[in-house]
Write a protein that binds this ligand. Structure first.
Ligand SMILES: Nc1nc2c(ncn2[C@@H]2O[C@H](COP(=O)(O)OP(=O)(O)OP(=O)(O)O)[C@@H](O)[C@H]2O)c(=O)[nH]1
Length: 383
């Protein structure tokens, strides 16, 4: 059976790394050690043994210096560099996939660097199309006890769900400091959220985040989020004490079932559709190329070599241009990209030859595009 992949995502400081550490030791204690991957290039110390660590292949500090980037730009660039090797990473995991039941992945705290970057999408897509993949969205419970902060965080989670199109578990972490009951209640009962919002407003007055406008906006957003909440599993955890981790693993099983039942079929349908579209596009461009060649072929046979716009332009210029004539030495030096371009006159060969060259070039492009990474990148760009 393919191992379930848990992608830990969350705001900076929500406790992703500590959560990963606890989850790792929890799974070890159950005699089902996971395969561990660190995708945070900027982390100084990883407190768990990682099977794959992005820092082994990309040096964050060097990326910063070499590309003259700030911290976030360097994280994105490091992820870009790493994503070019994602095929190899997936192969490594696949090779050992019969030896473990879970793959757990830590991501950078700067969510936008991961979720909204091309490489983040490529990495997520690579795992999601190979293994049943689930997102664990880690929330710092004590810091989300204010209704406005809570809603902002839930909106972020919602946007991640729609971006990744993967099943999601909301993990209210740090329950040793504050229990997650209030948050669970807010997600189930709109009235209780509204009364918390009113209380917050009374406490903080009409200024700042709790102004009348803000509270009415937050109210409507929480109504809108009801549909989103209904698709989630919610778990309270403490990465410090280990509380709630059995419940979390049950939620992972639940979401893996959901993945196999709905998400997998939907992903396969989208991929198939894309493949068919790509085939049609290739066939269309090959057709128009062949048509083009055919026209040239006929023109040449009937001796109509000048039926090209530039040929007419040349004639007109020669006839009508009265000003200063551009001398040979004023012309820009021709730069040859490929050595064979120089011999273009020599190789003005038969049409069959030309057609064969086009076909070879076309085949070569198709071959390159069949690599998984290129496909992923192409798919992403297309999207
Ligand atoms: N009380 C308590 N503190 C926690 C818990 N989990 C993490 N922390 C603390 O929260 C802080 C941030 O934890 P990290 O695990 O570094 O958080 P992170 O999300 O990986 O941070 P970035 O990688 O910077 O995004 C640290 O001081 C942890 O000790 C928990 O369950 N309970």
């Amino acid at each position: 059976m393919a191992p379930a992949t848990v992608l830990c995502i969350g705001m900076a400081g929500s406790g992703k790394t500590t959560f990963m550490q606890r989850l790792n030791s929890h799974l070890h204690s159950k005699k089902t050690p996971p395969y561990v991957i660190n995708l945070d290039p900027a982390v100084l110390k990883v407190p768990f043994g990682a099977n794959i660590d992005i820092r082994d292949s990309v040096k964050y500090k060097k990326v910063m210096e070499e590309y003259n980037l700030g911290p976030n730009g360097a994280i994105v660039t490091s992820l870009n560099l790493f994503s070019t090797k994602i095929d190899q990473v997936i192969k490594l995991v696949e090779k050992r996939s019969d030896k473990f039941e879970n793959v757990i992945i830590d991501t950078p705290g700067q969510i936008e660097c991961f979720i909204w970057s091309a490489s983040g999408a490529i990495i997520t897509e690579a795992f999601a199309s190979t293994f049943p993949t689930v997102i664990a969205y880690i929330v710092d419970t004590p810091r989300n006890s204010s209704p406005t902060t809570f809603i902002s965080n839930m909106l972020y989670a919602c946007s991640i769900l729609y971006k990744t199109k993967l099943p999601m578990i909301i993990v209210f972490n740090k329950t040793d400091v504050k229990k997650a009951d209030f948050a669970k209640e807010w997600m189930q009962d709109f009235e209780s959220f509204q009364s918390a919002l009113r209380e917050d407003q009374e406490l903080n007055g009409e200024d700042g985040m709790s102004s009348g406008y803000m509270s009415s906006l937050v109210n409507s957003m929480s109504l809108m989020l009801e549909e989103f909440y209904s698709n989630l599993d919610v778990v309270g955890c403490s990465a410090f004490s280990g509380e709630g981790f059995d419940e979390f693993l049950d939620a992972v099983d639940n979401k893996v079932e959901e993945y196999n039942e709905y998400y997998k079929a939907e992903r396969e349908r989208i991929l198939k559709q894309k493949e068919e579209d790509e085939k049609k596009r290739k066939a269309k461009s090959l057709n128009s190329l062949m048509k083009d060649l055919d026209i040239k072929d006929q023109n040449r046979k009937s001796g109509q070599d000048s039926e090209v716009l530039s040929d007419y332009e040349e004639d007109e210029e020669e006839d009508e241009y009265q000003g200063e004539v551009l001398r040979d030495e004023d012309e820009t030096d021709r730069e040859y990209t490929f050595p064979e371009d120089r011999n273009s006159e020599v190789s003005e060969n038969t049409d069959a030859d030309l057609q064969a060259r086009y076909q070879a070039a076309f085949d070569a492009t198709a071959k390159t595009a069949s690599s998984k990474t290129a496909e992923n990148i192409a798919e992403y760009i297309k999207r």
